[in-house]
Structures are given as structure tokens and as C-alpha cells.
Design a protein around this ligand. Structure first.
Ligand code: ZN
Length: 464
């Protein structure tokens, strides 16, 4: 390791050249070339330039960025660079150089421009093993110490800009945009990681570095899970975007068609609930199953679950609308949309809460069985789902008049994949010969719908 380091330094020494008087190089080419050494932008009064297709870099600026010392002999135009145990001697306009007394040949000599010594960087790279890169879009020369000689990564480009914008829906609450100087190649790719304690979401972009003008951002919106975005070079070839979060959440990451924009989209903070924020209350009702769904009916074909679910949902719709609450349905006929479609209906709407309507079953469905009673589910860990389930349960009992199996948690698809407070009600067992009579009864359906709505209204009103 020591040897490698010294060797690398030697290399840099060659980069080092000194200044003071001399014949100026014809400054025909642009002076706006940036210089990045070991991932840090270095400024110099004479910046790198491109001359006859070669990149020339200022020796002193490079050397000083690397921490060496330089001596200049103006009479003989000789520069001596020292670092650790290595000494490099170079002469202006002379291709002969020495490293610790041993002769080395430069293909192009060091020269002088505006009283600054500049050297062709490619020579240094090839002779000494440093990784020298050129990013056309930002006109940046990069000089990087190789950590693994022989496997030096090629830098594709830079993260040029990072911004945070407020989204327009619960599903797209906060949008972090990462702009790249060059398209992300399929072989480079990006990788995401979630970290806990504290919660963070990490996006690594391989073979990219970070433009120095990119700065860290903080974000202070009470409905957003995002607190800050930090951007840094993670290792010599990976740029890392770290999103500091208020809660563990996995955002959606997409890459634009041109490969130059990565978008990280966060949903609304799960504990944030302000249903009147948009000036209206909206409930989406999800009557389960469809007429053609296999099973889902009583023994002897006495009751089809889809019909009960739709009947109760429609009654609830009337009661909710009478309260001035807007009602959406995940299905408008007897068909059975996929669970994903049912969730999408909710996630792509203005709905404040999601209520899925079902009746329960036990056994094969061919015979009557004894399990009975009402129960309500929310997604495990959902504080708001639990609160909604509690309000609906409290409204139903004791009035509903059947066994209360209680408030439960489950990973049911529709309560897991909706991003608003969500519950699923099992209104009793259509496989129980006594309970099916209640489920068939218009009167009992009215009662169940009214209690459900009472619970929903109580829940929503607590946020007014
Ligand atoms: Zn069901």
C-alpha cells in the first residue's frame, strides 16, 4: 500500500510544475475547463485547457491540492517536487525528467502559460497509473487516485443538480429530481437501499461523481416523509444520494427515457391526515368480489357475497352523501376488478379513506359451519387505519346485535396497498345458517350501513 501510494505521488509530482516567468503558451482554447482532483473541485488561476487535442493542467494547482512541496529554480527553469520520500525534477520545455534520480521521459514537455507551469495530464496518467477522466458536458478533467490498480472505473458523468418539489397527490407527495450530466448506461445502473435508525433511503449511481455545485437540501413540509437530501461521492466511482426520512417508506424510483433524470417519488407521510385540506371529504367504498368470482357463496347458493357487498356499499353511499361526503366506488357493476385495480382507484383519487365491504366464510362453502360474527381489519402498524377501524367498530356495537370478533390486523392486499387510512369489514359469516339470514335481510343491511357511516363520520369529524 505504501509503495503504491508513493508511486502514485511520484506521478503527481510530475504534474507539478512551477511557475514564474516564461513564454506564454498560445491560449487559443477555452479557459473554462474545470479540474477535479480526488472528487474535489480545485480552482486555480490558470485552469486546465485543451491544446491540439491534449489536456494540459496547471502543475502547481494540482500539486498543492495533493499536499506536496515545490521548489523553483528560475535560472535553469527547473522544478523540484517533493512528497514523502519521493522527489521529482522537471525542466521546462524538456522531455527528460527524473524521479528519485532515475530518468523518465515525458512525451510532451512541461511548459509555461501566464506565469504558470502546465503539463499534459495524459502523460502523467499513463506513466504513473492515475485515473484521468474527461467529462465533455461539464468540460471537467478528473484526476483520481486508483484504489484498485488495473480495475480503475471509467467515470460516466456527474450528478449535476438535485431538487425537491411538492407533488400533487398522496401517492406523489414529494418528488426528488436528480439530474445527470450524461445518460445513465444500462451497465452502470443505480442501486437503492433502505436504512433504519434513523430511517434513510439511499440511491447509489455507479460510475458517476458529484458536481461540486450540488449542495445538500433540507425539506420541511409536515405532510412529507422527507426531511433532507444529501449528495456525496460514496467511493471513487459512486455518487450517493441519501434521503433522510421521518419514517421508513420506500419511494418509487424512475429513470427518464433519455437516461439523464432519476426521479424519487415519496408518498404522503403515513401519520399525516388532513382530509379537509382540499375542502372536501371523500370516501372510497370497495365492494368485494364480482358475480363471476368462484366460490364466495353460501351453501345451497342462498347468498352470493358480491351481491351483499354491493348492497351495503350502495346504502352506505346514500348515507354518506346525505352527510355531505363525496363517495367513490372501486367498481360500478357486478364485475370483479383485480385487487391492484381496486387500490389504483383509491390511490389515483382524492379519496381520504378506503373502506372495503365483505362478508365472511368458513369451511368449503358446501356445508354450513358454526363460526360467526363481525370483524374489521386494518394494515398492521397503520395508526390511522387502527383509528378508523376503532371508530367503525364503536359505532356498530352493541347495536348491530351479532358477535363482535373485534379489530384485527392483516396483510390483505387492498389495505396494504392503499396509501390512505384503509379498513376491510367482514360483516358476518354467509357459511353460518343463522347469520346468513341477517346478511340476506334488507333491514339488517340498512342497519350495518348506517352504523358504518356513523363510525366513518365520527372518524372524519375528529379531524375537522
Ligand atoms: Zn369477501
Amino acid at each position: 500500500m505504501r509503495t503504491k501510494t508513493n508511486f502514485a505521488w511520484v506521478f503527481l509530482f510530475m504534474l507539478v510544475f512551477f511557475t514564474i516567468m516564461g513564454k506564454p503558451v498560445d491560449a487559443a482554447t477555452s479557459a473554462d475547463v474545470k479540474l477535479v482532483i480526488n472528487h474535489e473541485q480545485v480552482s486555480a488561476d490558470v485552469m486546465p485547457l485543451i491544446q491540439d487535442g491534449r489536456t494540459l493542467v496547471p502543475a502547481r494547482a494540482v500539486f498543492e491540492a495533493l499536499g506536496g512541496t515545490v521548489k523553483w529554480d528560475p535560472v535553469n527553469e527547473i522544478v523540484t517536487v517533493e512528497y514523502d520520500t519521493t522527489t521529482v525534477v522537471l525542466k521546462i520545455n524538456d522531455t527528460a525528467a527524473t524521479v528519485n534520480g532515475k530518468s523518465k521521459m515525458l512525451d510532451v514537455p512541461a511548459t509555461i502559460k501566464d506565469n504558470r507551469t502546465i503539463i499534459p495530464v495524459r502523460f502523467v496518467a499513463e506513466e504513473l497509473g492515475y485515473l484521468v477522466g474527461w467529462v465533455e458536458s461539464t468540460r471537467t478533467v478528473t484526476i483520481t487516485s486508483p484504489e484498485t490498480p488495473g480495475e480503475s472505473p471509467e467515470i460516466t458523468g456527474y450528478i449535476q443538480d438535485v431538487s425537491i418539489d411538492k407533488g400533487t397527490s398522496k401517492n406523489e407527495n414529494t418528488i426528488v429530481t436528480v439530474e445527470l450530466s450524461e445518460p445513465l448506461k444500462a451497465s452502470d445502473g443505480y442501486q437503492t437501499t433502505t436504512l433504519i435508525g434513523p430511517d434513510r433511503f439511499v440511491l447509489d449511481v455507479k460510475n458517476f461523481l458529484v458536481d461540486l455545485k450540488v449542495s445538500d437540501l433540507t425539506y420541511d413540509q409536515k405532510d412529507s416523509p422527507l426531511a433532507a437530501v444529501r449528495v456525496a461521492v460514496y467511493n471513487e466511482s459512486t455518487a450517493r444520494v441519501v434521503c433522510d426520512l421521518k419514517e421508513g417508506t420506500i419511494p418509487a424510483v424512475t429513470l427518464s427515457a433519455d437516461g439523464k433524470t432519476l426521479t424519487i417519488t415519496f408518498r404522503t407521510l403515513s401519520t399525516y391526515f388532513n382530509p379537509m385540506e382540499d375542502g372536501k371529504l371523500v370516501v372510497i367504498l370497495d365492494p368485494g368480489h364480482g358475480a363471476a368470482t368462484a366460490g364466495k357463496q353460501s351453501p345451497e347458493g342462498l347468498l352470493k357475497e358480491y351481491e351483499f357487498n354491493r348492497s351495503v356499499a350502495n346504502k352506505m353511499k346514500s348515507y354518506l352523501e346525505a352527510e355531505g361526503i363525496e363517495v367513490l366506488l372501486t367498481v360500478h357493476d357486478d364485475s370483479d376488478p383485480t385487487l391492484a385495480d381496486r387500490c389504483a382507484s383509491a390511490n389515483n383519487s382524492d379519496a381520504d379513506i378506503f373502506v372495503s365491504i365483505h362478508a365472511n366464510a368458513f369451511g368449503s362453502g358446501k356445508e354450513w359451519t358454526s363460526p360467526n360474527g363481525w370483524e374489521i381489519y386494518h394494515y398492521q402498524g397503520s395508526v390511522l387505519g387502527n383509528k378508523l377501524a376503532t371508530a367503525i367498530s364503536n359505532a356498530n356495537f352493541p347495536g348491530l346485535g351479532i358477535n363482535n370478533r373485534g379489530i384485527k390486523t392483516a396483510n390483505f392486499y387492498v389495505i396494504k396497498n392503499t396509501y390512505i387510512p384503509a379498513v376491510l369489514i367482514e360483516h358476518g359469516f354467509f357459511t353460518n345458517i343463522d347469520e346468513v339470514k341477517l346478511l340476506q335481510s334488507e333491514e339488517w343491511r340498512e342497519k350495518a350501513a348506517r352504523y358504518n357511516v356513523e363510525g366513518i363520520v365520527n372518524f372524519l369529524k375528529s379531524y375537522e
